[in-house]
Ligand binder design. Structure first.
Ligand code: SER
Length: 311
């Protein structure tokens, strides 16, 4: 059967670039983008697009039938900072959409599912340096609770019904095409825009808040490699890591390219969230099992971000 892909949440930070990557790989017509809002001209004009509310089960099913979808990438989610402000709505969006898609896979209406988890599944009681694959999972945020529950639902549907659902625990994702919306790691994207527009940035995290981060190119590679590979025997949501830095270190790396750049710090409620997340991640299982390897280090990320945002 020809692979037909539906991306739910195709206009978000990751969805927008994932859609274009998959269209390059499988052909424009084989990748249906969907979201509650329109995306970039590039995304809207390069292939099929459907307006879709990820919490509307009947609407998802209709699109699956209409396009004979075989694979769903469920990228719609409310991120950590926004979710703290609307806990019930976040739970509704993050959980119901996943359960609908898992049910469709269980009923064999689709063959394969991708669902992103996050470093937000970890919490204060987790070791924060080289955070292991298997460790204490006591997330303190609404977003983290939904990601942990989602991981367990994926495992349940896999173990009980043989559903092919694959998931990664993304760190903060850095990219220039589409802004992230409402996350705790968003500072690492905002900082580049401000550095170029204003030469200064007021950071909502303190200077020594170290968090795991990854460049979009690497995140897309991890996602597509995982989905392309054979299905693993034991179900896990893989830790994947690339770099770790704090706002001060990132500012210094930017200053090498934007010499007069200045940064000030005014931590807000997002500091509390960041303080419960790991600083560095042990992703050796992904590296061993499916040869995961990142390419972009901090300096390469900074150079590429500035180059693209400038043009
Ligand atoms: N980038 C996400 C957030 O900050 C973490 O998965 O919410």
């Amino acid at each position: 059967m020809q692979e037909k892909i539906l991306i739910i949440g195709a206009c978000g930070q990751i969805g927008s670039e994932l859609t274009m990557k998959l269209r390059d790989k499988f052909g424009n017509k084989a990748v249906i983008a969907s979201d509650i809002r329109e995306g970039s001209t590039e995304l809207m004009q390069s292939g099929p697009f459907e307006f879709l509310d990820a919490t509307d089960k009947a609407a998802i099913l209709m699109i699956i039938h209409k396009h004979q979808v075989t694979t769903v990438y469920l990228m719609a989610a409310m991120l950590s900072a926004t979710a703290e402000k609307q806990p019930k709505k976040a739970w509704d969006i993050n959980m119901n959409s996943l359960l609908y898609v898992l049910d469709f896979a269980k009923e064999k209406l689709i063959q394969k599912v991708y669902w992103p988890s996050s470093i937000a599944v970890f919490g204060e009681t987790t070791p924060r340096i080289d955070t292991p694959q298997k460790t204490i999972l006591e997330p303190a945020t609404v977003y983290g609770i939904s990601k942990l529950a989602g991981e367990r639902w994926c495992a349940y549907y896999h173990n009980k019904f043989g559903v092919d659902v694959r998931t990664l625990r993304y760190p903060g994702i850095i990219s220039w095409k589409t802004l992230p919306g409402g996350g705790t790691t968003d500072y690492a994207v905002e900082i580049f825009h401000k550095a170029l527009q204003e030469g200064s940035y007021e950071c909502f995290l303190s200077e020594n808040t170290t968090l795991p981060m990854m460049y979009m190119e690497d995140a897309l590679k991890a996602t597509i490699d995982l989905m392309d590979g054979p299905f693993f025997k034991t179900y896990v949501s893989y830790n994947v890591a690339a770099v770790s830095f704090n706002p001060k270190e990132l500012a210094e790396a930017i200053r090498k390219n934007v010499p007069n750049f200045t940064i000030t710090y005014k931590p807000d409620f997002r500091q509390e969230i960041a303080d419960t997340w790991p600083q560095t991640i042990d992703d050796s299982l992904a590296r061993e099992e499916w040869n995961w390897k990142h390419e972009y280090d901090t300096n390469a990320i900074v150079k590429d971000m500035l180059k693209n945002l400038k043009s």
